[in-house]
Design a protein around this ligand. Structure first.
Ligand SMILES: Cc1cc2nc3c(=O)[nH]c(=O)nc-3n(C[C@H](O)[C@H](O)[C@H](O)COP(=O)(O)O)c2cc1C
Length: 168
C-alpha cells in the first residue's frame, strides 16, 4: 500500500474485533518506529507492547474505558533526558510511523494521550526516573470503519512565500 493511500484511509478506531494482530504484524510496526528519524538521531524511545488481557483491563481503568477493547496496546516511552527539547516530536513521528504501518496491514489504531502516567508506570513496572510516557496506541482489527472527520481546507493551513499571500 502506498503511503498516501494509508494516510487517506486511516481513521481513529476505538472498537475492535476479537482477532488479535499477529506477532509479525506488531514487529513490522515496531520496525517502522525503529527506522523513524529523530533529532540528532538520538532515538529517545522505548515501546512497551502489551498483549496481556489483564494488564489491558487495568490500563483501561487509568486511561479511557474503550482501551479495554484493544487486543494490543503499544506504549510510547521517552527517555526525555536524552533529548529534552525534541522527544515529543521524535516519539510522535515514530508512533505515527506505526499507525500508518498498521493501516497498511489492515489494522486500525487509536492514539491515546489522556492517562494517569504514574498509574500506567505501576501497571507496566516502568521505572519512574528519567522516563515519561508520551502516548499509547491501541491496535487491532477495526469492528467498523468510521466516516472521515472534517479537516481544514488547504488554503486555511498554508501560504505561498509570504504570510499574507494565499496558496491559491
Ligand atoms: C496526540 C494525539 C492524542 C490523542 N488522544 C486521544 C485520546 O486520548 N483519546 C481518543 O479517543 N482519541 C485520541 N486521539 C485521536 C483524535 O481524537 C483523532 O485523531 C481526531 O479526532 C481525528 O480523527 P481521525 O483520527 O479519525 O481522523 C488523539 C490523537 C492524537 C494525534
Amino acid at each position: 500500500m502506498d503511503v498516501l493511500k494509508a494516510i487517506k484511509e486511516r481513521r481513529t478506531i476505538r472498537e475492535f474485533t476479537d482477532q488479535v494482530p499477529s506477532e509479525e504484524q506488531i514487529l513490522t510496526m515496531l520496525e517502522s518506529a525503529r527506522l523513524a528519524p529523530s533529532s540528532i538521531n538520538r532515538q529517545p524511545w522505548i515501546f512497551g507492547v502489551v498483549w496481556d488481557k489483564e494488564k489491558i483491563k487495568n490500563l483501561a481503568k487509568v486511561t479511557q474505558p474503550y482501551v479495554e477493547n484493544a487486543p494490543v496496546v503499544i506504549v510510547g516511552v521517552a527517555n526525555y533526558g536524552t533529548s529534552p527539547e525534541w522527544y515529543p516530536v521524535d516519539l510522535g513521528i515514530a508512533l505515527e510511523h506505526m499507525v500508518l504501518t498498521a493501516q497498511s496491514q489492515g489494522l486500525g489504531t487509536c492514539w491515546v494521550g489522556t492517562f494517569e502516567e504514574e498509574e500506567v508506570k505501576k501497571i507496566l513496572k516502568i521505572p519512574s526516573k528519567d522516563l515519561t510516557i508520551l502516548a499509547m496506541l491501541l491496535v487491532g482489527y477495526p469492528k467498523t470503519i468510521p466516516d472521515p472527520k472534517p479537516r481544514k481546507k488547504l488554503e486555511e493551513i498554508a501560504f505561498r512565500d509570504e504570510w499574507d499571500t494565499p496558496l491559491f
